[in-house]
Design a binder for this molecule. Structure first.
Ligand SMILES: N[C@@H](CCC(=O)N[C@@H](CS)C(=O)NCC(=O)O)C(=O)O
Length: 406
């Protein structure tokens, strides 16, 4: 047995599981049942607003967040406070029983989520869908990629059509509060920018007055553009379109002076522009904060924690220098922190089970099958010319930081 001396800095709730497995000490998933709990939820119009704010639309009957049930006989309207019962089965159990993870994503976001020639989803968001499947199911391919239009994201999450959303979605207070969504560790810290034709003569957004700015509807982009125009005292007509294809069509037809979105999106879209990337230029200003984060439906802490730790595994893996290529060389590591992280036997007879309901080798599966954060970034975003910037590890001066796995 492991002997811990008084004064060891081991958390009191750390739990180790004895195993006979010599090396990786892999344990079966622990099924965790969330206790039935009464939760009070204020329902505000959950429709597709730019920032999750109220549109005056009411939540359709029967569209409570998964795992939540409106008190019998209740009818809800925006602003009503209703009592909901959290179901005793977590989405974690449901996904593990189904053997497949339904990931809300997209097929038209270069760098983040597109289809390759064989119809496979590729991209940064697509890979984070696989990260979650690898952690929860031990199989990165056990994902059902569900393509969602921008303004269908939150309703798909609320209705249970998807188990989680990994779709270049900005975490904001209004979305946290109004959309029945719980946002998790951001995978990419972004900011909104402006793209214009190279021959437009605009060198800064401050040059742009009495112009039309085209944006995707149901995004944070819409509200940010209006706010920026007000802040700068400029007259911008902000024109929303249902999807990027329609924005591009309008831009090519000369109906848009500017095309505004998250800078990463603009970089990806510029790279596949029909007239070539040089026909477009991204102006220097970044005028919002867009932390792009996975989200799950409110009311299921067990599932939220499982998804969050799947994401953290990619960041911690990079910090440890563990890649999909070299991970098996760590089978003989003497570093107890890495042994715990990879679900190995620590000090001869135990593996760490932090009680997250994930297999104890989940981090191993994530990195082996999909890669660490740097590998996922380099595979999908570096080719577009995006640099790590604030998305570097904290130890390199960036914002990517995983809580310790112990
Ligand atoms: N991060 C922003 C914007 C995300 C977003 O959906 N951007 C548009 C801008 S190009 C988009 O992805 N549209 C793609 C589509 O679904 O066609 C948000 O969460 O609202």
């Amino acid at each position: 047995m492991t002997n811990w001396l008084p004064g060891d800095c081991r958390e009191a709730n750390e739990r180790f599981v004895g195993t006979d497995d010599a090396e990786w000490g892999i344990m079966n998933p622990i099924t965790r049942r969330a206790a039935a709990a009464l939760v009070t939820l204020t329902l505000v119009g959950a429709a597709c607003t730019s920032d999750g704010g109220s549109t005056g639309d009411s939540t359709p009957a029967g569209t409570d967040a998964p795992g939540e049930t409106t008190a019998p006989g209740a009818t809800t309207a925006p602003g009503d406070t209703v009592e909901v019962v959290q179901a005793d089965e977590s989405k974690l159990d449901a996904v593990q029983s189904a053997g497949v993870f339904k990931c809300g994503t997209r097929d038209a976001l270069p760098g983040f989520a597109t289809l390759d020639d064989s119809g496979e989803h590729i991209g940064f968001d697509s890979d984070f869908c696989r990260v979650i499947a690898a952690a929860v199911l031990g199989d990165a391919t056990a994902v059902d990629m569900v393509d969602l239009e921008t303004d269908a994201r939150f309703t798909a999450l609320q209705s249970g059509e998807v188990d989680a959303l990994v779709r270049n979605t900005t975490w904001t207070a209004s979305r946290d509060g109004n959309e029945g969504a719980t946002f998790l560790q951001p995978t990419f810290y972004d900011g909104q920018g402006m793209m214009v034709a190279s021959d437009s003569g605009f060198a800064s957004i401050t040059d742009m007055d009495n112009v039309t700015i085209c944006v995707a509807q149901g995004t944070t982009t819409e509200g940010n553009a209006a706010a920026e125009a007000t802040r700068l005292g400029l007259a911008w007509e902000v024109r929303p379109f249902e999807n990027v294809d329609l924005i591009q069509e309008a831009f090519i037809a000369g109906q848009c002076d500017g095309w505004s979105s998250d800078t990463s999106q603009l970089t990806g879209l510029r790279s596949v522009y029909p007239d070539g990337p040089d026909a477009l230029v991204i102006l220097p200003e970044v005028f919002s904060k867009e932390p792009l984060a996975p989200a799950v439906a409110d009311g299921d802490t067990t599932w939220a924690q499982a998804v969050n730790w799947a994401i953290f595994a990619t960041i911690q893996g990079e910090e440890f220098g563990i890649t999909s290529e070299n991970i098996d060389t760590f089978a003989t590591t003497a570093d107890p922190n890495i042994q715990k992280f990879l679900g190995q036997v620590v000090e001869g007879d135990a593996v760490l089970d932090p009680g997250l309901g994930l297999p104890t080798d989940f981090a191993y599966q994530v990195i082996k099958q999909v890669g660490n954060y740097a590998e996922i970034f380099d595979r999908n975003l570096a080719p577009l010319g995006l640099e790590r910037g604030v998305n570097a590890l904290w130890s390199d001066g960036g914002l990517m930081y995983s809580p310790p796995y112990r």
